[in-house]
Design a protein around this ligand. Structure first.
Ligand code: FNR
Length: 187
């Protein structure tokens, strides 16, 4: 099972990146091979139809398309910005959906968020879910949102709250099972 991992936050000290790192450790134990995408490292200008008409997809978008095409599913941890999806993540999705063939169709995805707030960024995930489902991604029903995330991690990068840690593993192992089923070649 090959997974592409994306953080919707670019900053080094990102709480979402910490949640993603923790989740990837769990998924790697489940046997996943993980390709970590750093959106900051990709050449991804704002989507512009004139740019696309003149020169097609920029190099960063082409690279992302290829990496998603080589995967079985996506693991995304993203903050909500003003109850919605950070522009950098939405822009990346918009470019990828312009590719032919479009690599997102038929992939699975699990969505997570972290925020210092009490809602944990969950509202943004519903907006993200909509953009992904509409292009044919099987978004895993359970989502994981980490509230008060600035105080949630211990020194080892694990969740201090045991019950929360159990729920995260429950979501991720279910997602891994679903992705393995989707990834099976037709009999
Ligand atoms: C935020 N933040 C935020 N938090 C939240 O729970 N709901 C929200 O709607 C918003 N909106 C928002 C907009 C913008 C432009 C910024 C920069 C921030 C706060 C956000 O959750 C907090 O900064 C997180 O720490 C960002 O995630 P990372 O970078 O730590 O992963």
């Amino acid at each position: 099972m090959k997974l592409v991992a994306i953080s919707g936050s670019l900053r080094g000290a990102s709480l979402n990146r910490r949640l993603l790192d923790l989740s990837l450790r769990v998924l790697e134990k489940e046997g996943a091979q993980v390709d970590r995408v750093d959106l900051r490292a990709l050449e991804l200008p704002f989507y512009d139809g004139d740019l696309e008409a003149a020169s097609g997809l920029p190099a960063g978008a082409q690279e992302l398309v290829a990496r998603i095409a080589a995967s079985d599913g996506l693991v995304i941890a993203s903050p909500e910005y003003n109850y919605s999806v950070p522009a950098v993540l939405k822009n990346a999705i918009d470019w990828v959906t312009r590719a032919k063939p479009m690599p997102l169709r038929g992939k699975t995805a699990v969505l997570m968020s972290a925020s210092p707030s009490l809602v944990g960024g969950n509202r943004g995930l519903w907006v993200l879910r909509m953009s992904l489902e509409v292009v044919g991604v099987h978004v895993y029903p359970d989502m994981f949102s980490l509230a008060s995330a600035q105080a949630a991690f211990d020194d080892a990068g694990e969740l201090g709250d045991e019950a929360l840690g159990r729920f995260l593993r429950f979501v991720l192992t279910g997602f891994a099972r679903t992705t393995r089923l989707h990834a099976q070649p037709p009999a």
